[in-house]
Design a protein around this ligand. Structure first.
Ligand SMILES: [Zn+2]
Length: 128
């Protein structure tokens, strides 16, 4: 769609900046704008051996809280990079209740950290 390229460029710039702060620069991150009916802002798929990740941004919501969304998804990548071993163990042992609890906990922690980190990482940008 027309305009998408510009939007994606803008998002990629934010991602690059956040990646540096979160020490995730070794990852190649692709981002897509998707037409979605769900209310979520975005979703990420991580592939650690290849050090790639894809973030799908809900087109309807990129004009709200974009910076927070970028940090949020990159925090998922950060957690996943260092702690996915826990999820793997739960899955292997079929402890799905524990897996869900772990994932819920991750979401809660990210929701606490993202707004704080957003301020630190993107503060200068806003002061222009
Ligand atoms: Zn999340």
């Amino acid at each position: 769609m027309i305009g998408d390229k510009k939007e994606i460029k803008r998002i990629e710039k934010l991602i690059k900046k956040a990646q540096r702060s979160l020490r995730l620069s070794s990852y190649k991150i692709r981002c897509n704008l998707v037409k979605a009916d769900y209310s979520e802002y975005a979703g990420i798929i991580c592939q650690h051996p290849k050090r790639t990740a894809t973030i799908d941004f809900n087109r309807k919501r990129i004009h709200q809280e974009l910076e927070n969304t970028v940090i949020h998804e990159l925090l998922h990548l950060l957690f996943n990079k260092h702690l996915s071993v826990a999820e793997d163990v739960f899955e292997r042992q079929r402890k799905y209740k524990s897996l869900r609890k772990y994932q819920k906990g991750e979401e809660k922690i990210i929701n606490i950290l993202a707004p704080l980190l957003e301020k630190v990482i993107f503060e200068n940008q806003r002061r222009r």
